[in-house]
Each structure stands twice: as structure tokens, then as C-alpha cells.
Write a protein that binds this ligand. Structure first.
Ligand SMILES: *Cc1c(COP(=O)(O)O)cnc(C)c1O
Length: 219
């Protein structure tokens, strides 16, 4: 079942040149192994301890993406283990990740999470705070990080027009921030947007990576 879903979604994403992050945060190791057996290599986890426990039991060529809110006191656990941290959501967290990466002599890939939804509870930078930090040169002070783009979650709603507007805003902000803060950084090229219920709209609006869990792992 996982294999059939992977193939079906995989074909759709390949046609659009979009990468699939298989969100395995609620899945046991056996399910991840099954997806791995069907060729999937990029998986998304939202808790540091779970990521470490699963990584220890699974093949080393898996690319782990950290997608949950990361507390600064857990930065040591995921730095250098996660291929990309999608949830860089505050200056304080970015600074802590930068410091840890520098201590370990590595560069940590990280996305800037932007709050685009109407729900108040979600983490992330506001568009204006990203503009301000770009203008202040904040992103040039983080040599331990390779900031590869933006991540966002749309409002959980059936209103496709609203979802589309939110993704479009994120896409426009990506272009704006790239020009303002990363003009000579080809690595700043990712737009992580789209989940099980809105990934098609996200792709139409320019997503380069979708994070899909439910659709993949449940039948
Ligand atoms: C859980 C989660 C997903 C996947 O959601 P589904 O609806 O299961 O596809 C994607 N992104 C983030 C940040 C998540 O926490």
C-alpha cells in the first residue's frame, strides 16, 4: 500500500520536478523501512528524540528532515544529524543552530519558517520580520548555517482560494528575500510548502519540496 501510494505520488511530483519528504513522524520503523524498500530516501520527523531513535535503526543513506518546532535546548541533538531543518523560526534558534554547527565544524542546512496561515498557534517569522532581518544583514552573521529557502504551512481549510493566496504570498516573499539577502547564493533555492491536503495547490504555486505524511502512510 505504501509502495503504491509512493509510486502514484512520486509520478505526479516527478512530472513537476518537486521532491517528496515522506513525513514519518507518526510512523513506526517498519513503515519507514517499507517506504525505503520502495525507494524513498527523504523522511520528515518532528521530534528530536524520535528522529535519533529511528535514524539509529534505519539505513545510513536516509536523509532526515526535521520539520517540527525545535527548542534551543534540543539543538545539539539534531545539528549534523538532520539533512535540513525546515523549522528555523526565530533569530534565537538560528543563532543557537549556527553556534552548534560552528562548534562541530559543519554547515547545517536550514529553512526559514514563515507564518502564512490564519491560525494563531503556528510558529514562524512574519513576512515583515524577515524583511527587517534581511535589511539588517542578520542572515550574513550565520556562517554555520546554509539557509536554503523558506518553509510555510497554509491554513487548514477547504477554501482552496485562501490556501492558494497564502502559498502565493510565500512564493513572492521567497523572491523578495532572495534578492534582499541571498542574491549571490544559488543554494537559496527551496520552497518547502504543501502537505497531504494541499500539495497540488502548493505545486501550482511553485513548491520545490512537499511534506506528505497521511496520504502516504494511511489507506
Ligand atoms: C505533520 C506535518 C506534515 C505532514 O502532514 P500530513 O497532513 O500528514 O501530510 C507536514 N509538515 C509539517 C510541518 C508537519 O508537522
Amino acid at each position: 500500500m505504501i509502495k503504491e501510494q509512493l509510486q502514484r505520488i512520486g509520478r505526479e511530483l516527478a512530472a513537476a520536478h518537486v521532491r517528496l519528504i515522506a513525513v514519518s513522524k507518526t510512523q513506526p520503523v517498519a513503515a519507514i523501512r517499507e517506504a525505503y524498500g520502495a525507494g524513498q530516501r527523504a523522511f520528515g520527523e518532528s521530534r528530536p528524540q524520535a528522529l535519533l531513535a529511528k535514524a539509529a535503526q534505519l539505513p545510513a543513506d536516509i536523509e532526515w528532515h526535521f520539520i517540527g518546532h525545535l527548542q534551543t535546548n534540543k539543538v545539539k541533538l539534531v545539528t549534523g544529524v538532520a539533512h535540513t531543518i525546515h523549522s528555523g523560526d526565530s533569530p534565537k534558534l538560528l543563532q543557537a543552530l549556527n553556534d552548534e554547527a560552528r562548534r562541530r565544524h559543519l554547515q547545517q542546512r536550514c529553512l526559514l519558517q514563515v507564518h502564512i496561515a490564519q491560525e494563531p498557534s503556528k510558529f514562524g517569522f512574519t513576512p515583515d520580520s524577515l524583511r527587517r532581518l534581511s535589511a539588517e544583514g542578520f542572515f550574513t552573521t550565520l556562517p554555520g548555517l546554509q539557509i536554503t529557502g523558506l518553509m510555510g504551512m497554509a491554513t487548514f481549510t477547504d477554501d482552496t482560494a485562501q490556501i492558494r493566496a497564502e502559498f502565493r504570498l510565500l512564493r513572492q516573499l521567497f523572491t523578495e528575500i532572495k534578492q534582499a539577502a541571498f542574491p549571490a547564493t544559488p543554494a537559496f533555492c527551496e520552497l518547502s510548502m504543501g502537505m497531504s491536503n494541499d500539495y497540488r495547490v502548493a505545486i501550482e504555486e511553485g513548491s520545490t519540496m512537499v511534506r506528505i505524511g497521511t496520504l502516504l502512510f494511511t489507506d
